[in-house]
Design a protein around this ligand. Structure first.
Ligand SMILES: [Zn+2]
Length: 375
């Protein structure tokens, strides 16, 4: 559940995605603004005004969260850490970096950039609020600005909670990293704190529900679960990175690779390859040259009656730089790539020709063996 992401738009070439859960939250936030927050704080306004105010406020809150993430991305980019994508979740966003920062100082700068933006927005909206009120504005504009100032302040404070992967957790990690010189240890401590913060959120959320603050409590519980899960995943990533450091694709790749040609039909692919080899993805070649990649996942949605008449070439992916790797690529980066992709296995290409395949499972296996050797 909640795995599906939809790309909304691109900024600086970075795709901004929303998790499907976000639409529910957006509706919930708009609804609570329209029917609870604005009517109870500013009674005696027209119902239509509450609607306009609520939706405008929700959209601007969304823009504020995007600006928070873009602020992280901008600083990361200027320090040479590429951002793969920005995903907006239940209560904020995650800027997914292509790799870890090189130094604790860079990490700290990237981390602080988000909350700094939120606090800057808080001041800007407070100024706008007082300006509108000073000019004698009596409509719905001033309340919206006031609300945005408050939530941006809350967003800044919330993100500074020192549990990884929140920004405050990243700052904590950078501080420990700087003091000990050990990224893995620093991540361990910061993610443990993240875990504890998550538990505190879940427990206080349940308490809040029992005290009658149902929506607020539920919100806390969800944030708590998200934090716990995210902190565990972050630690796993750093462990993977440490274990695979210095290893290349050729250390874990297989040479026996099942290839298909683009002219066979989907029906043939299913009958002769999928049923036989049970793999999730097949490199498509012309001779030995890679021309695409076809995933079982991509066929699933197609009606069966067109299988026989549709060639593999018409459904395969052709963004070759994304779906293939080189034998000298860093294994850690390739592992991240296989986790983000639909394919758990990617063709290894040298001079345009397929020389092997590297699978997520093989990397995990290699990691297990390597960790025994290293202990
Ligand atoms: Zn942030």
């Amino acid at each position: 559940m909640l795995k599906a992401n939809i790309t909304l738009f691109r900024v600086f070439g970075i795709p901004v995605e929303v998790n499907v859960s976000w639409f529910i939250i957006f509706a919930l936030v708009s609804w609570s603004l329209v029917s609870l927050y604005f009517p109870s704080n500013y009674p005696d306004m027209a119902v239509a005004s509450y609607w306009i105010m609520g939706i405008a406020a929700a959209l601007m809150l969304f823009a504020s969260v995007v600006l928070h993430e873009l602020s992280h991305s901008y600083v990361a980019k200027t320090h040479g850490v590429p951002i793969t994508r920005i995903t907006l979740f239940l209560f904020g966003g995650v800027s997914q970096m292509e790799r870890e920062s090189d130094s604790p100082d860079t990490e700290a700068k990237i981390a602080i950039a988000g909350p700094a933006m939120s606090f800057a927005l808080m001041f800007a909206f407070f100024l706008a609020y007082y300006a509108v009120r000073g000019a004698g504005g009596t409509g719905g504009v001033a309340p919206v600005f006031r609300y945005l100032a408050i939530v941006n302040g809350m967003l800044g404070v919330f993100n500074l909670i020192p549990g990884f992967p929140l920004d405050g957790g990243r700052l904590l990690r950078a501080a420990i990293w700087k003091a000990t010189g050990n990224l893995r240890k620093a991540t361990y401590v910061a993610t443990r704190v993240g875990n504890v913060v998550g538990i505190v959120f879940v427990l206080s959320g349940f308490l809040a529900v029992f005290w009658g603050y149902f929506i607020f409590g539920l919100w806390m519980v969800m944030i708590g679960f998200f934090l716990r899960q995210a902190s565990a995943a972050s630690y796993f990533h750093v462990v993977v990175e440490a274990a695979l450091k210095g290893y290349k694709v050729r250390d874990a790749m297989r040479k026996d690779v099942v290839l298909v040609t683009g002219d066979i039909s989907i029906q043939d692919l299913v009958d002769e390859y999928v049923f036989k080899h049970h793999l999730d993805c097949y490199p498509v070649v012309d001779g030995r040259e890679l021309v695409g990649l076809v995933a079982v996942e991509d066929i699933k949605g197609m009606p069966r009656r067109v299988w026989a008449s549709t060639p593999v070439a018409s459904v395969m992916r052709t963004d070759l730089d994304k779906i293939s790797v080189g034998p000298d690529d860093e294994l850690a980066g390739v592992f991240r790539k296989t986790v983000g992709e639909r394919c758990g296995r990617l063709p290894v290409v040298e001079g345009g020709e397929v020389v092997g395949v590297v699978a997520r499972n093989d990397i995990v296996e290699a990691m297990r063996t390597l960790s025994h050797v290293r202990e």
